[in-house]
Write a protein that binds this ligand. Structure first.
Ligand code: AMP
Ligand code: MG
Length: 390
């Protein structure tokens, strides 16, 4: 049996980062950038106006001016007006690098080609070339998970096919004769499949795709047949991860040629957990209980997915427990919680949890609290995975 920290080290050691691919910006959103992105030109690329109004020579005073023309956005000719002249300009109009100031339209009155300027012109609305970034400046670092904001920044500098982490392809096999599809009314003695929809949703959230799903009985040969010729990055098998007479996942992995790196983690819930690899492919045998599934995915499967993608590892944050702290156990416990912003710190409300099949509080959970065997005293480490609620 390995500790949680040992399991993380083994996963990091045995999981290789997948080769990067070039994708368009829409597909790149949410993926890990695998190259640095630099400005292809100064930003802004030319000096331009931030307002609708008039450009006059630097040092011009309020008074009457002759309207000598206009510079529309998209027109590259920018000249310094003569003394006594004004040029109509718009937000985004090109301006000469030096020598002009702007008066905004609200502070003027136009009568034919005679312009009255009522307020002192200013350089405040001149957006100078290179005032945001210089050509060659690094704007997005390799390793960044591409947010919509990063996508906009890359579009600005023409980085439209960045090198990013590839889509991770996973397959999922459910096991157990007592499990029926969630759309069915379970006959006596059977229960609905909650793990397959859970895994599909968690993979989607992690930027991976479940490209194949099947459900088989406890027959090892049936599982092996379903999984032969798998051409995916990750294999997840639900149920049968323990040592009972009908627990066949270890044998399934062995017959498929996977080498096992651990079969048990000292963690509650989720002790029986198999981690195995075959070349660059990784596999997890997850305990069938849905809460164990949930916790093992967040703690271990997600770590392997992040590693395959070359993503930064999610940090643990410190939270203040509200109410009674969850009880400690000789095995390190990861307790479902709802983390919310308190006045000065992040707070965590431990959610009711009775045993590993109990998912009644999971709709509210956005974090797991780490409860070491020595217990916690008000403060705990938390792995956050959802949005903060009020
Ligand atoms: P196992 O790991 O196969 O021994 O299963 C442990 C418990 O999890 C048993 O009570 C199973 O019925 C339950 N279980 C296994 N697979 C699923 C599933 N896909 N959905 C809901 N519960 C499951
Ligand atoms: Mg089973």
């Amino acid at each position: 049996m390995v500790t949680v920290d040992e399991a993380w080290r083994i996963i990091d050691r045995e999981t290789a980062v997948l080769p990067a691919v070039r994708l368009g910006l829409a597909e790149a959103a949410g993926r890990v950038l695998r190259e640095d992105i630099a400005a292809d030109a100064d930003q802004p690329p030319f000096t331009r106006s931030a307002m609708d109004g008039y450009a006059v020579r630097t040092g011009s005073e309020p008074g009457r001016y002759r309207l000598a023309g206009e510079v529309r956005p998209g027109v590259a000719e920018a000249r310094v007006p003569e003394a006594g002249e004004a040029l109509r300009i718009f937000t985004g109009s090109a301006l000469p690098e030096e020598g002009v100031e702007i008066v905004i339209i609200e502070n003027t009155a136009l009568d034919g080609d005679s312009l009255e300027i009522k307020d002192r012109p200013s350089a405040r609305w001149v957006r100078r070339r290179g005032s945001q970034a210089r050509r060659g400046n690094r704007l997005v670092r390799a390793g960044t998970v591409l947010s919509p904001g990063a996508i906009a920044l890359m579009a600005t500098v023409g980085a439209v096919r960045p090198l990013v982490s590839p889509p991770i392809r996973a397959m999922h096999l459910g096991t157990g004769s007592e499990i029926v599809p969630a759309a069915m009314n379970p006959p006596a003695g059977c229960i609905r499949d909650s793990n397959a929809p859970l895994i599909a949703a968690l993979l989607g959230q992690a930027g991976a795709q479940c490209v194949f799903h099947a459900h088989v009985s406890e027959e090892v040969s049936e599982a092996v047949k379903a999984l032969e010729n798998m051409g995916v990055d990750m294999l997840l098998v639900s149920g049968g991860a323990s040592v009972g007479a009908y627990d066949g996942t270890a044998e399934i992995f062995r017959r498929l040629g996977f080498a096992s790196h651990f079969t048990k983690v000292s963690c509650r819930p989720g002790k029986p957990l198999i981690f195995a690899t075959r070349g660059a492919q990784v596999a997890f045998g997850l305990p069938g209980n849905p809460l164990s599934h949930f916790v093992c995915f967040h703690l271990f499967v997600r770590r392997a997915l992040d590693r395959l993608a070359g993503a930064p590892l999610p940090p643990l944050c410190r939270v203040q427990i509200t109410g009674e702290a969850p009880p400690a156990d000789p095995r390190e416990t990861w307790w479902p919680a709802r983390v919310f912003p308190g006045r000065e710190t992040l707070c965590a409300e431990p959610l009711p949890w009775r045993e590993s099949s109990d998912v009644t509080s999971l709709a509210l959970a956005n974090a797991l609290l780490r409860i070491p065997p020595s217990g916690v005293n008000g403060l705990a480490e938390a792995r956050l995975f959802g949005n903060l609620s009020a």
